[in-house]
Design a protein around this ligand. Structure first.
Ligand code: ADP
Ligand code: MG
Length: 286
């Protein structure tokens, strides 16, 4: 074979290889596009359900035939509030999801670090979710005894708030009727960390799922049966946020209670991450 023929052969092989690589890239792009469309469908589906419920409740309140009593009106307004709470937290999750997907490293570090009183934050969240919990006669109790044993923590407030709201929302959704959701705090002085535990009694958490539940999109069969509307994003987002804060989040079962524990450092982020936040903080304030 002449030199010219040999290089033609080589070129043909190269073209073939490039064509295969090109086809593979196209397949991957189609897959990403398909997932994106499914994700958007999921987003709109999840938002439509509570918004429709709100509309339906308002129709009830304003129906021309017969007036409804004050007690009934209060109940309907409470339901509107619970559904609105769900929409707000859902929308925040979707916003965080797009940020996390866009930047897998340290996405939301543009938020400034702030001093947060965990007691106050959790009392506010408990108040926010209580109307939803009342629908199933569930009481959310914040045991305030030990929260003030330690100092305020330094963290990104909107993100940390979303961690706890996702756990509390689950605790309410997956609890049995007529039970309690218990929220407790403890300062771990030897580690200079704060630990928050949120416990509820409801659908059992299979010990094999203690880790799986933090994966993107995972929902157990029991959870889907009890509460068909769901995304499986809540705990994934919670873990990503806790990771960004260099903390820990775990799930376990103790004496029939499902217990979620979150440990956050009082001093906030260490090393590089901390410098990055500080830099952004200065820019933000200007
Ligand atoms: N308090 C809880 N009790 C029992 N199972 C839970 C609890 N919280 C979370 N889970 C399990 O973890 C899964 C993932 O939760 P999450 O990421 O918030 O998604 P979603 O609530 O949309 O299903 C749930 O579907 C459920 O199987
Ligand atoms: Mg959830």
């Amino acid at each position: 074979m002449s030199d010219a023929e040999q290089s033609t052969q080589q070129l043909k092989r190269k073209v073939l290889q490039l064509e295969e690589e090109n086809a593979e890239l196209r397949r991957q792009m189609e897959q990403v596009e398909k997932e994106r469309i499914e994700y958007l469908q999921n987003v709109s589906h999840q938002l439509v359900a509570p918004l429709n419920a709100i509309k339906w409740h308002i129709e009830n309140l304003t129906a021309p035939e017969g007036r409804i009593g004050l007690d009934r009106a209060k109940k309907v307004l409470r339901s509107i509030y619970s559904q609105a709470t769900l929409v707000v937290h859902l929308a925040k999750n979707f916003n965080l999801m797009s940020n996390l997907e866009a930047d897998h490293a340290l996405s939301k570090l543009k938020e400034p670090l702030q001093e947060i009183s965990l007691r106050q934050l959790l009392v506010n969240l408990a108040d926010d979710f209580q109307p939803l919990a009342w629908d199933s006669n569930i009481n959310i109790i914040v045991d305030q005894d030990h929260f003030d044993d330690g100092p305020a923590i330094l963290a990104m407030r909107p993100l940390v708030s979303q961690v706890f709201s996702n756990i509390i929302e689950n605790a309410v959704k997956y609890s049995k009727n007529d039970t309690k959701v218990m929220i407790q705090g403890k300062y771990l002085s030897e580690r200079d960390c704060f630990m928050v535990s949120i416990s509820n009694e409801g659908i059992p958490l299979n010990p094999e799922h203690n880790e799986k539940i933090f994966a993107r999109g995972f929902r157990s069969e029991e959870a889907t049966r009890k509460y068909p509307a769901g995304t499986g994003f809540g705990l994934y987002i919670a873990r990503r946020i806790v990771d960004i804060h260099e903390g820990e989040i775990t799930a376990s079962t103790r004496n029939g209670w499902t217990v979620f524990e979150v440990i956050l450092s009082v001093k906030g982020l260490k090393g590089k991450a901390r410098t990055r936040v500080k830099k952004n903080y200065t820019t933000n304030r200007r």
